[in-house]
Each structure stands twice: as structure tokens, then as C-alpha cells.
Design a protein around this ligand. Structure first.
Ligand code: BGC
Length: 778
């Protein structure tokens, strides 16, 4: 606990609305000028604050989502310029993750009461500090927000709006008999506003190290039209996460309803994929010019349907904006190449990441989930760590992984923060009864991805206990044969050959997938222990990894085949290092055969997809990897691009080739997991990879095959800017490389020795590997 002294204050007003808390104060005389003022702010719920009517920040959804049972962030705002002699602090609190719906069952909520928490420290010239804290002296009143929920949307009644509550001297008879405020700062609660009471909170308050959620973009309608059924539809051109900001004037009491969806079906808004999330905002007009901005909700959408627009629909274009929100992470990595569809795929990965990094890494942003599914980030962490600076973001989330794990006796739950632990029956999706491969492995794979990207040992140090607990838990689950082949597994989730309603029915044997993952996990814990100088744990996990590798080979490999003989099992075995050199050779060949047999269509699910391209290129099957990547028929990475996708879909065929929506129950159009191929694109097409953690040493090794003529990749590494740009000219490749100061790089080129590249810029011309291979350019 920090030395913050405030109390959480709640209100007994309209359970579904967003209560507003206020407090007036006068700066104490006799201490000279105000030199600084800091507001520490948090809430059980999500909050926004103003001082004298001015927002203290542009942040949204403060304080975000942590495992609230144990940990709650607060944020410090410098509010020095906002302090006047007589000031008002106002705080509005919404349900957010705390009291709003979470998951697909009704009971999963953290608490019944949302509450505000603030401490304002005003420092004067003589060093004196005046402190104003939330306590029973505050007052509370109803807001114009009559309901708010992430899944179900927000309702705002502009007739109830009166912004004077945010300023000193607020008196409004419609709010009850508010009295004039004495200048001595002594405020008594007005009974018509209701009183506040303190709410106990046993968790820890920690300063929020994570970038805030903010408005990161705004989109104008691309098209406004009437659907076949007559409803008014808007297309914003991109599948985004956020809400509509609406400027409108109409008869008082008119209700304008906005529904949201990612896709259309038969020309109408397709809401089935949202499942129970109604994603509906309702705006009641005041009769004056109104602006509505529902900042206590968010939706995943490209299309909106408006009902009740008071004027001509041609006015919508200039009055409605889609506001894009995301955790405002610094962008670090970029990629571009000669194939426009691949660039669109890459852009879709970036957009999908934006929409799913809303304070925590989520599976999807639109339906009744939006949860921290661990498997999804297991797949995506390396890509995320290249595209944006996610060091604080994911390090912070890993703290919750560790806390939840402690609560679950070493089991890493499938979602973090874990709300499934409140489900009472398995039908409701009751929490992780046991660790599952790939999902629970996030506790090891995510810190490792951060280590590779940023080279900061503290990340590994902080996660080490959680890594160890997970590794040991998994070891306790191995059967007598040394395999992880019992118990529940998600396996190669969403294999494209699995039936729509049975996404876990993959071609890959779940034991093969789980044992391969267990090996990778044990080996990463071993490597971490070595880095941290933890000799006995390094030995423990070295022998654990060896035993898993031996068991895998003994039980699952026979006659140059891996059990269940499908692309995912070869991909994992090759990339995770389960094979010796000879096995690696035939496994690469078999993998290439299987890819060819599938007509170069993708045939992997969540587990295999992040690794299949690497498995091919690391075994010399480069042209097969490129043919797989450049496939445009369903299923493939580029198929959604041909269907106009602007984000990565959950299923390879979330939309079927005839334009209808996959009938499965889980059909999101914004899931980042299958976009994990971008990591390979950066390293292997782009040729920019870390050879030592944090890009202290850089590997420049683009693998060039037919189909791509140039690529440009860059990254703001922890040491500075790095870039690789190559292009083909006849039989030559020209390559430009920027190596940051304080690092070194090595250029690896077929037919050449390795070339050392010192910090600075390099410009080289090299023979094309295609001509070296005797493959001429078409
Ligand atoms: C989520 C996934 C998740 C999966 C695991 C889904 O409903 O959206 O992305 O990993 O469940 O079962």
C-alpha cells in the first residue's frame, strides 16, 4: 500500500447509471503560490475526473483492469494549471470491468458497488501541502448516463445534463436543494444528492505503469445508406474498436439508437457473432445541439445502424464520427513489401492488435468475451513486441498471471484476470481446473518474448517464480511414459479442418501438441534460470526438458513420421527443437509435402500457425513457405484480405467465400492470434531479427523467394533505430541496413560467409539467392 490516504466512496443512486462525485475546496491562505498539484485517481469501476470543469486528462477507462481482488492501479495526474483559489473536483464512475458484464454468464462481476478514489495534493511555495481526499465529505449525484456496460452499450439522456456540477457554486434545483458553498471549503453533503459511504478494499494500490487507453484515431463515415429492410447503415471502412461520437439536434426526448457490428449479412447488420453483447448505445436528445460520446463503453465494429436520426440521413456524414480507442502504446516496428495484399495483411495485424490491447491483451473486442485469454497472447506476444512497445503493458499483465496462479495452486488460468473462477458450474465455463498447454504456457512464453525483444533481465526475474510454478505444475501432470497426454487440452484450437461447432477437434494429437509445448516451456525455464544464475533450477529444468524430448521422440516418432502426421506437429517439433539434425531434415520435407498436398492452403490452428512458416524456412523449404503465405484461396492468411478484411479473423473462414458468416458460435472478425505470422514476416521476409536479446546483436538474413520483389522493415530497438531494406534488380539484391550504435549485426547470405556489420548505414549489392539456386525470376 502506498501512503495514499483517501477512501473509496460509493453512492446509493440509480444502480445502472454512472454516479458523479464532487467536492469543492479553497486553497489555504498564507503559504504563497501553488507550485504543484497532483491528483492520484482510481476507482472500483472506470472513471473520469475534472477540476473546475476541465478534464484532468484525455485518458479513458481509468484505471483499467487488473486482478482487482489483489491489485488496483491508480494514476497520478499533474493538475497544477487547473487549481484555482476556489476549486471543484468532479469524478464520474462507470461500471467498467468492475461491475459490468464479463464473460457469458450473469454472475461474473467483481462487486455490486462502484466507487471513486482520489487524493489531491496541492503544494505551496513554502513547502506546505494541502491534501484533499475522497471521504464522507464528498457529495454525489446522478449523471446523464442512465446505463453503461462494455457489452451492452451506454445510454445518455442529454436532458439530464448539467455541467455546472463540475464547478464551484453548483446550485441546481433539479438536483435537489444544493446550497451555496461557503468559501471556507466546508461542504456538507446535500441529502437530495445522496450521501457517499466508504467501501473497504483489501487489495493493493499501485501506480499504473501502463500507457493509458486513449482516443487514437477518428474515422468519418465512408458511406451512409438504407439497408434492404430500411434501416440506416454507416460504413466506416475499417473494423475498429471504440464508439460513435454524435453531434445532433432534434426534438427533446427523441431517442437515437446506435447498434454496432463488424460485418453485414444479407445487407443488414450482422449481430449474431456478438452473441449476448447487445452493443447498443442510446442517446436521448435535449432539444438543443447535443454531443454524445459514450466513453464508458466500447464496441468492435465497422458498421453502425442508426435508428431515430432526427434529420435527413445525408447529414449523418458530417455529424457522426467513429472514435478509435486503444492503449496508447508507442509504435516501434514497421513492415512493407512489394505485395499489396501482404501489406494489407500486415496492416490488419496492427489494427487487430490496437483493438485488442485495451488495457489488457484480449481475445476479441466485440462479443461477450473481450477477456485476457492466455493462449492468444502466447501466440501473438513476439509480434506484439515488435510492432509496439509492450514492455510495461505485458509485464504488468504478467503480475496478474502470477497472482491468479498463486490463487490456483500453480495453475495458470485460461484467462487473466480470471473471472471464470466465479463461475459455479462447468457449463458456465468454470475456471481452469488444470493447466492447459499453449494457454497456460503464456506464463513462460510471454516473458521470454519480452526478454528477446527488450533484453531486460528484470522481466525474467520478475516472472521467474511464476515460470517455475508453471513448469513444475506441468511436470506433475506428465503420465508414466513422460508425455503430457492426459487431461483437458485446447490443442491446435481452430484447426481449419475442425467442424465449425467443435473448434478443438484438430488433426494434431493433443498429446503431441501438449508434450511439445511442455518441452519448449521447460527449455525456456532452463535458459531463464541460466541467465539468472539459478544453477539448481537450471539443472532441474535441463533434465526436465531432456526427459520430455526423449519421451516425445520415443513415443511419437516412428518411421520418419510424427504421430498424427499433420502440419502442426511437424511445425512444433521443428521450431521447438525436439529433433536432431537428421530428423529435422525429413520433418521439413514431410511438412513441405503436407503443405503441398493441402494445395498450399493453411492447415494449422492456434498452436501450429505461429510456427509453420518458420518450420519451413528453417528446414530449407523457403519456396513452400512463400507459396503458403501467398495463397489467396480459403483457408489462407490472404483469403480474408481478398474478402475485404481489415483485421485478422478468429477463424480462417469467419466469413465464408459466399459472403455468409461462419455458422459457428465463435466467429469474431478481430482476433490477433492467427496474425502471429507477422513476426516471421519481420524476421524472414524483412530480414530483421534479434540474434541476442534486445537486439544487442542483430541478424540480417532476409530469405528471398519468388513472389516478393522488395521489403522494408524497421524497428525502434532498445538501442536505437534498426532497418533492413532489400530489393531485387535482375539477378542482384541490393540491401540497405541501419545498425544502431552500441550494437552489432551480422549479415547471413546464402553462398557467402557471414559479414559483420558495424553500427551505421550499409549499402550492399549481393547475388540473388534465387539465381544462386538456379531459380530464375519470372
Ligand atoms: C476465445 C479464444 C480463446 C478460446 C479458448 C475463445 O472463446 O475467443 O480466442 O483462446 O476461447 O477456448
Amino acid at each position: 500500500m502506498t501512503d495514499l490516504k483517501a477512501r473509496f466512496i460509493a453512492a446509493d443512486v440509480e444502480p445502472n447509471s454512472a454516479p458523479q462525485f464532487r467536492r469543492e475546496f479553497v486553497t489555504e491562505a498564507g503559504h504563497g503560490d501553488v507550485v504543484s498539484a497532483t491528483l492520484s485517481l482510481t476507482a472500483l469501476g472506470v472513471c473520469e475526473a475534472w477540476i473546475n470543469g476541465v478534464p484532468v486528462s484525455t485518458d479513458l477507462l481509468t484505471p483499467g483492469w487488473t486482478s482487482y481482488e489483489w491489485r488496483l492501479h491508480y494514476v497520478d495526474y499533474d493538475v497544477t494549471p487547473l487549481i484555482e483559489e476556489h476549486s471543484t473536483i468532479g469524478i464520474a464512475v462507470g461500471n467498467g470491468w468492475y461491475r459490468g458484464r464479463l464473460g457469458w454468464i450473469e454472475t461474473q462481476r467483481y462487486g455490486d458497488e462502484i466507487a471513486a478514489y482520489a487524493e489531491l495534493r496541492v503544494r505551496f511555495a513554502d513547502g506546505y501541502e494541502q491534501v484533499i481526499v475522497t471521504d464522507e465529505d464528498w457529495t454525489v449525484g446522478p449523471s446523464a448516463i442512465t446505463s453503461n456496460d462494455f457489452y451492452d452499450g451506454q445510454s445518455i439522456d442529454a436532458r439530464r445534463r448539467d455541467d455546472r456540477w463540475k464547478r464551484p457554486g453548483f446550485v441546481d434545483p433539479s438536483w435537489g436543494s444544493v446550497h451555496a458553498v461557503p468559501y471556507d471549503g466546508q461542504l456538507t453533503a446535500d441529502p437530495s444528492w445522496g450521501s457517499v459511504h466508504a467501501v473497504p478494499y483489501d487489495g493493493q494500490l499501485t501506480a499504473d505503469p501502463v500507457a493509458p487507453v486513449r482516443r487514437v484515431d477518428e474515422l468519418a463515415p465512408q458511406k451512409v445508406w438504407r439497408s434492404p429492410s430500411g434501416s440506416v447503415l454507416i460504413d466506416f471502412g475499417e473494423n475498429i474498436v471504440g464508439y460513435l461520437r454524435v453531434h445532433v439536434q432534434g426534438e427533446a426526448g427523441t431517442v437515437l439508437t446506435a447498434r454496432h457490428a463488424e460485418v453485414l449479412d444479407d445487407g443488414e447488420l450482422a449481430t449474431r457473432p456478438l452473441r449476448s453483447a447487445t452493443s447498443t448505445d442510446r442517446f436521448t436528445l435535449s432539444g438543443q445541439q447535443d454531443t454524445f460520446e459514450p466513453t464508458f463503453t466500447f464496441h468492435g465494429f465497422r458498421y453502425a445502424e442508426l435508428t431515430g436520426w432526427p434529420g435527413d440521413i445525408s447529414e449523418i456524414q458530417g455529424c457522426v464520427t467513429a472514435v478509435v480507442i486503444s492503449t496508447d502504446l508507442p509504435r516501434t516496428g514497421h513492415f512493407e513489401c512489394s505485395v499489396p495484399d501482404l501489406n494489407q495483411l500486415h496492416e490488419n495485424v496492427v489494427r487487430g492488435m490496437r483493438g485488442n490491447f485495451i488495457d489488457i491483451p484480449t481475445d476479441c473486442p466485440q462479443r461477450d468475451e473481450r477477456l485476457g485469454w492466455t493462449g492468444d497472447i502466447s501466440a501473438f506476444a513476439p509480434t506484439a513486441a515488435f510492432l509496439f512497445d509492450v514492455r510495461n503493458f505485458l509485464t504488468d499483465w504478467l503480475q496478474d498471471v502470477a497472482l491468479e496462479q498463486t490463487h490456483h495452486d500453480g495453475i495458470v488460468p485460461y484467462i487473466v484476470p480470471d473471472i471464470l473462477k466465479y463461475a459455479s458450474t462447468p457449463q458456465e465455463g468454470a475456471g481452469a481446473s488444470e493447466s492447459a498447454a499453449f494457454w497456460s504456457d503464456a506464463s513462460v512464453w510471454v516473458p521470454w518474448a519480452l526478454w528477446e525483444a527488450y533484453g531486460d533481465l528484470r522481466t525474467l526475474e520478475a516472472s521467474f517464480p511464476s515460470m517455475l510454478a508453471h513448469g513444475r505444475r506441468v511436470r506433475s501432470l506428465l503420465s508414466a511414459s513422460g508425455l503430457w497426454d492426459t487431461g483437458f487440452q485446447f490443442g491446435d484450437w481452430l484447426d481449419p479442418d475442425a467442424p465449425a461447432e467443435h473448434p478443438g477437434d484438430a488433426k494434431a494429437d493433443p498429446g503431441v501438441v501438449a508434450t511439445a509445448c511442455a518441452f519448449r516451456t521447460a527449455d525456456r525455464i532452463r535458459a531463464t534460470a541460466e541467465l539468472l544464475g539459478r544453477t539448481s533450477e537450471a539443472e532441474e529444468f535441463a533434465s526436465n526438458a531432456q526427459a520430455l524430448r526423449a519421451a516425445f521422440r520415443r513415443e511419437y516418432i516412428a518411421a520418419e513420421r510424427i504421430h498424427s502426421d499433420c502440419t502442426t506437429v511437424y511445425s512444433l517439433a521443428i521450431v521447438f527443437g525436439l529433433l536432431d539434425a537428421e530428423q529435422q531434415r525429413w520433418a521439413g520435407e514431410r511438412l513441405a509435402q503436407l503443405v503441398e498436398a493441402s494445395g498450399f492452403h493453411i492447415s494449422t490452428g492456434f498452436a501450429g500457425t505461429p510456427f509453420i512458416a518458420d518450420a519451413l524456412t528453417s528446414t530449407g523449404q523457403t519456396s513452400t513457405a512463400y507459396r503458403l503465405l501467398l495463397q489467396r484461396e480459403c483457408p489462407s492468411w490472404l483469403y480474408p484480405v481478398t474478402m475485404g478484411a481489415t483485421t485478422i479473423w478468429e477463424r480462417w473462414d469467419s466469413m465464408l467465400p459466399d459472403g455468409s458468416i461462419n455458422p459457428g458460435d465463435m466467429t469474431s472478425f478481430n482476433h490477433y492470434a492467427l496474425g502471429a505470422v507477422a513476426d516471421w514476416m519481420h524476421r524472414v521476409i524483412g530480414g530483421l531479427a534479434p540474434l541476442a536479446a534486445g537486439y544487442q546483436r542483430i541478424l540480417v538474413a532476409p530469405q528471398i523467394a519468388d513472389g516478393i520483389d522488395w521489403a522494408r522493415t524497421s524497428l525502434q530497438t532498445p538501442h536505437g533505430f534498426a532497418a533492413v531494406a532489400w530489393s531485387r534488380t535482375n539477378d542482384d539484391i541490393t540491401i540497405e541496413v541501419t545498425v544502431p550504435e552500441g550494437t552489432s549485426a551480422v549479415l547471413r547470405w546464402p553462398g557467402n560467409d557471414e559479414t559483420e556489420l558495424a553500427p551505421g548505414n550499409h549499402n550492399l549489392t549481393l547475388p540473388s539467392p534465387l539465381s544462386l539456386n538456379g531459380i530464375s525470376r519470372q
